[in-house]
Design a protein around this ligand. Structure first.
Ligand code: NDP
Length: 237
């Protein structure tokens, strides 16, 4: 039986792509899921689908760059499920703007969405996990945190920053039995992935592939941390 059975998993960016696939994959293990993103209708229809699978799911419309909204997300999670065991910091946006054309507002939007959101969610989740005696935070990075894409300084910086945040939190949270890790996908066929790649479908991963890796990283005994995964498609164009 999966260790995730009955555990509470908060997934940001759950309205599409990797996050939505994660919600399905976690429910298949018996976990309860909390879905956070801005598009309320998408979240509600996913909740209906998860419930039709026999799962328990809560949708909380959340802009993860908003400090108060993140606080409300975790308050609603505690109210409904009593705590949180796993946090998947998956929300993100892509950007392909060379530095000289990028406004400061664009820079802030990318950094806030891809990096500051993970800080805000981790900050809210850590005391709740400490109270449970265990916890797991999985950040969704990118191959761009290893091999920078051309003309994407904000995105690349956000993902390198997320890598740094992961390392820092992993050290700080160990003593509380909270494992912090990072998953770097290659190109995945999602709304975001489609926007950054013109590769044919059979040369990119599916959202379910990425979700499978995230569940695999979460489905471990509490004393183990699958610290880092970098998963790319094996086929070469
Ligand atoms: P999608 O565009 O399908 O999903 C992105 C998710 O993030 C959506 O659910 C979106 O929901 C949510 N999101 C964006 N901004 C916010 C916000 N301010 N507040 C709350 N939620 C937000 O793309 P992917 O599934 O591909 O992306 C998931 C993660 O995977 C991202 O972190 C991305 O960087 C990473 N990644 C993806 C790759 C790929 O090739 N697809 C490659 C490497 C990494 P909503 O708009 O409803 O708020």
């Amino acid at each position: 039986m999966s260790i995730l059975r009955s555990r509470v998993v908060v997934i940001t960016g759950a309205s599409s792509g990797i996050g939505a696939a994660c919600a399905i994959a976690f429910v298949e293990t018996g976990a309860k899921v909390v879905l956070a993103a801005r598009r309320a209708e998408r979240l509600e229809s996913l909740v209906a689908r998860l419930e039709s699978m026999g799962g328990e799911a809560l949708a909380v419309t959340t802009d993860v760059t908003d400090e108060d909204a993140v606080a409300a997300l975790f308050a609603r999670t505690v109210e409904r499920f009593g705590g949180v065991d796993v946090l998947v910091n998956n929300a993100g946006i892509a950007d392909s703007t060379p530095a000289e054309n990028a406004s400061l507002a664009l820079w802030h939007r990318v950094i806030d969405t891809n990096l500051t959101s993970a800080f805000l969610c981790a900050r809210a989740a850590i005391p709740l996990m400490r109270a449970r005696g265990h916890g797991r935070i999985i950040n969704v990075g990118s191959i761009s945190a290893r091999v920078p894409r051309k003309e994407s300084p904000a995105y690349t910086a956000s993902k390198w920053g997320l890598d740094g945040l992961t390392r820092a939190l992993a050290i700080d949270c160990r003593a509380d039995n909270i494992a912090v890790s990072i998953f770097h996908p290659g190109i995945v066929a999602t709304e975001l992935g489609g926007g950054i790649s013109s590769l044919p479908d059979d040369l990119v991963a599916r959202p379910e592939d990425a979700a499978g890796v995230i569940v695999h990283m979460a489905d471990l005994p509490d004393h183990l941390n699958f610290y880092e995964a970098l998963v790319v498609q094996n086929k070469i164009p």
